[in-house]
Design a protein around this ligand. Structure first.
Ligand code: ATP
Ligand code: MG
Length: 310
């Protein structure tokens, strides 16, 4: 089973409008909600790829209950909820359909007590034995959780479970110090952590070294439409997707993480795993809904992904 961890999930709401007017009261004819916050996107994508997954989420209030309900009943994924007193956030995206422009509003995540932080680790250690791969996704809602990822990486290592870290900011930096099995920063996240601009292939490969030197086994630097640079101590693969009509690339990194998690879960080769990850990311970018592609769409993309040994 592939376990995803989302410390800061959200009700991910999209409101569909013809045109957004600032300072006006706007009535929408249509809106939709999905569970968001990265890890739940990874679980949805793993489920779409037909593999077993559970989604551990730190949730609170009615919005938290809504997230748990959507994970179970809309996504068909078994949630592992850990409850906090404060409420889960809602992220509202306004989509102006004719011009396909997105404007998003992020509420702050809930505050978390020391007791609640401890119960998150307890829940994690209880479910860990049934996992083969754990993905640690997104930010944390409260500074009290800034060291949650290194703690989870250590616990997973002790249990012989592989970890994939996909985060940014201080929690990403702390997590990297614990040497997770795999990291998946995008360009901006890598620039933030490593420093300097990734304005050439050479700079990108040099940045992958930063993580390898800290004991990470597999570095996947995702580059949107350009695909991904994949590095281990022994190999470098440049993985390029086919050209597609991009509809919504949000969540493509999460879909890529799902593909890599499946590859690691199944013991595929690095090349097969990289191909699956990039194909899943690309399938996600081809439709509006996050992580809602089909297995056959991903399979159709697999032979079109170009892998070059560098
Ligand atoms: N326009 C595109 N065309 C083809 N493939 C794409 C496109 N955008 C994204 N992808 C695929 O998705 C993968 C991940 O994309 P990206 O680097 O944008 O992730 P990200 O910034 O982490 O996204 P998010 O955090 O929103 O999930 C890419 O490596 C690529 O395989
Ligand atoms: Mg991302």
């Amino acid at each position: 089973m592939i376990l995803t961890v989302t410390p800061n999930p959200c009700v991910d709401k999209t409101v569909f409008l013809d045109e957004l007017k600032v300072g006006a009261f706007m009535r929408a004819g249509r809106y939709g909600c999905v569970p968001g916050g990265k890890g739940s996107n990874v679980s949805r994508a793993v489920h779409a790829l037909g593999r077993p997954t559970r989604a551990l989420v730190l949730v609170g209030g009615h919005t938290g209950a809504h997230v748990v309900d959507m994970i179970r009943n809309d996504d068909g994924v078994e949630p592992v909820p850990v409850w906090v007193q404060a409420s889960t956030r809602t992220i509202t995206t306004i989509l102006e359909e004719p011009i396909h422009r997105q404007t998003a509003f992020f509420e702050p995540g809930p505050s978390v007590t020391a007791e609640e932080a401890a119960s998150l680790l307890t829940a994690f250690s209880n479910v860990l034995p049934s996992a083969t791969v754990v993905t640690l996704n997104g930010t944390v809602p409260d500074p009290i959780l800034v060291d949650i990822y290194p703690q989870m990486v250590e616990m997973a290592k002790a249990a012989g479970v592989l970890t994939i870290l996909d985060s940014h900011g201080p929690e990403f930096a702390r997590g990297v110090e614990a040497a997770p099995y795999m990291v998946k920063p995008n360009r901006a996240e890598t620039e933030e952590l490593v420093g300097g601009r990734l304005d050439s292939d050479e700079a990108c490969w040099r940045a992958t070294e930063h993580f390898l030197e800290r004991g990470v086994t597999l570095v996947v630097l995702s580059l949107g439409a350009r695909g991904a640079f994949v590095a281990t101590r022994a190999e470098r693969l440049e993985v390029v997707p086919p050209t597609i009509t991009e509809v919504n690339p949000v969540g493509s990194g999460d879909a890529l993480v799902a593909g890599f998690a499946v590859g690691l879960h199944e013991g595929l080769t690095l090349e097969e795993t990289a191909r699956l990850g990039v194909a899943a990311g690309t399938a996600n970018a081809m439709s509006w809904d996050i992580g809602h592609f089909s297995k056959s769409e991903v399979e159709a993309l697999l032979p079109k992904v170009r892998v070059t040994r560098v």
